[in-house]
Design a protein around this ligand. Structure first.
Ligand SMILES: [Zn+2]
Length: 371
């Protein structure tokens, strides 16, 4: 195989500047090889081998812990509508892991393919955030598990209603009932504000997650070609902003003290793993301290993959914990359209963005040849 001999790999000075990574001096694959040769490179020591396996193997680990819930819970069939948001989350995570591993496997093919790999990678990260938002919306929704009589704090002790009824009630939800036993009097103004926020949450949480996913993918793709000065700020925001917005139901539950201790623990660990992964990715640890020593194994991107996966795993445990607490009972029954339909429309939107940028890169790369 082409990359088996170490001499068949290139140094950072021998590949196009846009393909070289900071502090990684060797282990680069030769561009313009065949599909089969890049496929085979998964089993050869190059500087992308660890990047590939850390997300490819992670897919199976994730699938195992995901399917474990169905072994534990026998009362409902796998395709019961209760699990639609859970499967949407599964599509988001597996899409992210599989596409990321494939992008690392084939990104040395050419500059165009490398750019497309990055575009698709950004798209799947965004799709993952929307998959998470669907799981949070149905299983960690502030309406769930807050009061045994079906009342909810931020909807002003109003019995659970359908979406349409909620809209009608929205103007009247600006005052909480003073008889609300679970709500201290001094919190009434806060509760009043939350009542309004609650309605907006119900109506806009998932659409906002979708809009953010599209805007963030667009911004990330743009940052590869334009705004070089702000590319790191943009990409950091792209990870941070959807995380903050999507996590609002958990923040709310933590604020209200309505989280079980295990749910709070999983969420805290989810955040910590994300933070650690960000530090490794931005600071380029450990290769920064010894350039050339971690070219094949142990460089920052592999740690970044590992820690982001640990973060996803804790998020999965958190969602499963929330689902177990619900005992099959949801305030809003998920529908096929509101879960898989949302994911499908989003994926079509993301595909359109990726295709548009791919055509732009392709046109730019073809330009010198045609002149
Ligand atoms: Zn990666």
């Amino acid at each position: 195989m082409l990359f088996r001999r170490k001499s068949a790999l290139l140094r950072h000075t021998e590949v196009p500047a846009c393909m070289a990574e900071n502090f990684i001096l060797s282990g680069y694959r030769i561009p313009n090889c065949s599909f089969g040769e890049y496929l085979g490179s998964a089993f050869q020591p190059t500087n992308e081998t660890g990047n590939f396996w850390t997300h490819f193997l992670a897919t199976f680990v994730f699938a195992f812990y995901f399917l474990e819930l169905f072994w534990w819970e026998n009362s409902a069939p796998v395709l019961d509508p209760f699990y639609y948001p859970f499967w949407s989350y599964f599509i988001g995570v597996c899409g992210l892991l599989v596409v990321s591993s494939m992008a690392h496997l084939f990104n040395s093919m050419s500059i165009v393919v490398r750019e497309i790999c990055f575009f698709v990678d950004y798209g799947t990260i965004s799709a993952y955030t929307v998959g998470s938002s669907l799981a949070y919306f149905y299983y960690i929704n502030p309406r769930t598990g807050m009061a045994s009589d079906g009342s909810v704090p931020w909807l002003g002790n109003t019995p659970l209603t359908s979406m349409d009824e909620s809209k009608e009630l929205a103007p009247t939800l600006d005052a909480l009932s003073p008889s609300a036993a679970w709500y201290p009097a001094w919190l009434l103004p806060v509760g009043s504000a939350l009542a309004r926020v609650g309605w907006w949450f119900e109506a806009l949480y998932v659409p906002t997650a979708c809009l953010l996913a599209l805007v963030c993918t667009l911004a990330c793709c743009c940052s590869r070609q334009q705004w070089p000065r702000y590319r790191y700020i943009i990409r950091t925001l792209v990870f941070l902003l959807p995380f903050v917005v999507v996590s609002t139901p958990v923040f709310y539950k933590l604020y209200m003290g309505a989280c079980s201790s295990s749910l709070a623990l999983f969420f805290t660990r989810h955040c910590l793993w994300l933070l650690v992964s960000g530090v490794f990715n931005i600071c380029k640890i450990p290769e920064r301290f010894s350039p050339g020593k971690f070219d094949i194994w142990g460089h920052s991107h592999q740690w970044f993959h590992f820690f982001t996966f640990m973060s996803i795993l804790d998020e999965l445990h958190m969602i499963k914990e929330a689902m177990k607490g619900l005992e099959g009972d949801l305030p809003r029954p998920p529908t096929f359209l509101a879960t898989f339909g949302v994911m499908l429309v989003l994926l079509l939107g993301l595909a359109a963005i990726v295709l548009w940028f791919a055509m732009k890169v392709h046109a730019v790369e073809r330009k010198p040849k045609s002149q």
